[in-house]
Design a protein. Sequence first.
Length: 147
Amino acid sequence: MHQLAQTGTFSRLIDVVAPPATETAAAAADTLVGAFTLCGSGHRVDCVVDGDTFWHRGVKIRIADIDTPELSPPRCEAERIKGEAAKRRLQALLNAGPFSLTASGRDEDRYGRKLRSVRRGGVSFGEVLIREGLARRWDGARHSWCG
């Protein structure tokens, strides 16, 4: 055990076994769930439109402060491929367990979508998508995903 503590492995193990109190409190706020599909042309209840937009309980939600590649329509093949990957990753994140939605600045965008931060255990889905290269921070302007 002494050697584990010296290498830092032991402290990482402790973090996994006993998450910090702030993570535990954040996880307690995660009460929303759904069985998210990919949106089609029918009635939209719990489904994913693209990498930054989804429907939950019949309400259209836009993840605040990120931008993902466009799918309607994509401007190039690279944008389509990355956009599909972002959409499927968001679906996987939403279906992985309870999450929370919090208002972030404005309540709605100009299209009537609710602007929300989406989190699980205090971890932002937007930050996950950015870290994985499937989203960018929203700076108020669209930027090309086509190179």
